[in-house]
Ligand binder design. Structure first.
Ligand code: PHE
Length: 339
């Protein structure tokens, strides 16, 4: 009997080393301590022993039973602890998982074009200037040689705030503000928002952006204007573009011109995009009118200059092949993501 007890003890110790989960523990408990368990059966046999042997074996058996209970309890605690650790680990942050991507914004196509144009003119020695979007009638008309009763005032149907204050319909007033504040030589560009009372369609928007240019110095001629704008067109649209100057009227330049670039699609042969003429108009320009120089206190006998103005939306539409100006302002990500 004593040997049998020792055997049982040895057996359960070795079996307990194979325990993997709580179920294994329960199985062992039933196998040894259950109603038909090995230890229970031995305890039942105590009655068959002689009175002399009984106390000693009884004690040994009870002790063995307690030891088994303890062993199983220890195992149970161990496994519960392991389980918990595993669970916690599973709940933790797995830094090896690929993250959720946050979309990255891109520059708006109009800003891209503005930046590109700015860089071209900065590299040619022009400086950046700024003017207010809410402008005085004086800077937008009067000082630009557009007197009160001048018909050109109708051309630029403006948003008036009062009789003398309006949202600027062009960036040309920055020419005046700049010249009022500095002596020649002047070489500036000014970019910004402009506003006109135009009905919205595929080529008109009540708000748009312009880029203004102005150079004033001794002996500046129309030839300088042609040279600078040809460099600009080549850098902006490609070396193989041709530039054409047509007579055009703006009250603040004389002579004035409309500047065309050979069609970006057909190269000048004529196609639907250029209306079969082979040319696309991209800006207004000209030699600064002597009256404008006089208005800012420059001597037109001593100084001369050229000026130009273009729409950023029009340039962007030509450059990227966009056929509706409204796309710039609708903020549809499917459109904006392409830039
Ligand atoms: N301000 C003119 C416009 O908005 C463009 C221009 C600028 C023309 C400078 C000549 C010189 O149409």
């Amino acid at each position: 009997m004593e040997n049998k007890i020792k055997e049982v003890k040895k057996e359960i110790v070795s079996k307990s080393n194979l325990i993997k989960d709580l179920k294994d523990i329960e199985k062992l408990r039933v196998e040894y301590l259950g109603r038909k368990g090995a230890v229970t059966l031995l305890l039942r046999k105590l009655g068959t022993l002689s009175p002399k042997e009984r106390p000693k074996i009884g004690q040994l058996l009870n002790q063995t039973k307690r030891e088994i209970e303890e062993l199983l309890k220890t195992k149970e605690v161990e496994i519960e602890k392991l389980d918990k650790e595993k669970r916690l680990q599973g709940e933790g942050i797995d830094i090896t998982l690929p993250g959720r991507k946050l979309g990255r914004g891109t520059a708006h196509p109009i800003n891209l074009v503005l930046r590109e144009i700015e860089e071209i003119f900065l590299s040619l020695g022009f400086k950046m200037e700024e003017g207010p979007e809410v402008e005085l009638d004086y800077y937008n008309f009067e000082a630009l040689n557009i007197p009160k009763d001048h018909p050109a005032r109708d051309d630029q149907d403006s948003f008036y705030i009062t009789k003398d204050i309006l949202l600027r319909p062009q960036t040309s007033p920055v020419q005046i503000r700049t010249m009022e504040n500095q002596k020649p030589p002047v070489r500036i560009i000014a970019t910004g928002k402009c506003y006109r009372r135009d009905a919205t369609d595929s080529t008109h928007s009540p708000m748009f952006h312009q880029i203004e240019g102005l150079a004033v110095d001794k002996d500046i001629t129309f030839g300088d204007l042609k040279g600078i704008l040809t460099i600009f067109v080549h850098r902006m649209f490609g070396e193989d573009r041709k530039v054409r100057f047509r007579p055009g009227y703006f009250p603040f330049v004389e002579p004035g011109a409309e500047v065309d670039v050979s069609c970006l699609l057909c190269g000048g042969k004529g196609c639907k995009s250029c209306g079969y003429v082979g040319w696309l108009e991209i800006m207004g320009a000209g030699v600064v009118h002597p009256k404008v120089l006089e208005m800012v206190g420059y001597d037109p006998e001593e100084y001369s200059g050229f000026a130009f103005g273009m729409g950023a939306e029009r340039i962007a539409m030509l450059k990227y092949g966009i056929n509706d100006i409204r796309l710039f302002f609708e903020n549809d990500l499917r459109f904006l993501k392409q830039f």
